[in-house]
Design a protein around this ligand. Structure first.
Ligand code: GLN
Length: 192
């Protein structure tokens, strides 16, 4: 199995480190041809407007959309925004997931926070009951899941912060910034 990480902007290096640590071959994706032979792709956190503009400039929009019709894609934070269909404003989006997302829903950078989440789906790959410690950095909220998308994790007040639609995964937070690799292993199970 080989998983790519979109390496246009943001914290792609941390995803590559985590993938390699759990024994998965990983490579940077900067051009359409780098998608060849991959089983899955991670779109990292960063700035979704910048990632979108660069994806347009490098001719990646259509190849990424086509990739997501067949293969697994996981977007973390800005990557989750980029995967969504609706964010109430215009910027380049892959529009692959039936989710509505609100950017910067928790306020400015200083309002970034960490919290423990219950993510029942992770028990499919690891039986430990330990809560998942999630890092939110000027994070988006998944305002609503529609059609084929379903919520995977919520804050205690019920607001959605992770969603899945078949092989597509979106998280508002940053699993690549922790030592807990359950989400990377979960994504690998979707890609495999
Ligand atoms: N605020 C960024 C955006 O709207 C996302 C932040 C992140 O990826 N940590 O694109």
């Amino acid at each position: 199995m080989k998983i790519g990480v979109l390496a246009l902007q943001g914290d792609f290096a941390e995803h590559l480190v985590t993938l390699r640590r759990i024994g998965i071959a990983a490579q940077e994706v900067r051009l359409p041809r780098h998608l060849d032979g991959l089983d899955g792709l991670i779109i990292p956190g960063g700035e979704s407007t910048t990632i979108g503009k660069l994806a347009v400039a490098y001719g990646l929009m259509e190849p990424l959309e086509a990739f997501g019709q067949e293969k697994a894609i996981w977007g973390t934070c800005a990557g989750a925004i980029f995967l969504s269909k609706d964010i109430h404003r215009h910027q380049p989006l892959l529009s692959l997931m039936d989710i509505t997302v609100e950017r910067n829903a928790f306020g400015r950078q200083v309002s970034s926070f960490e919290t423990d989440l219950d993510v029942p789906a992770l028990r499919r790959i690891d039986l430990q009951e330990k809560p998942y410690h999630a890092i939110f950095i000027r994070a988006p909220l998944i305002e609503a899941v529609h059609d084929a998308a379903e919520a995977l994790a919520c804050l205690p007040d019920g607001r959605i912060v992770a969603a899945q639609q078949g092989r597509l995964l979106a998280t508002s937070f940053h699993p690549e910034l922790t030592q807990d690799d359950r989400f990377h292993r979960y994504f690998a199970s979707l890609a495999g």
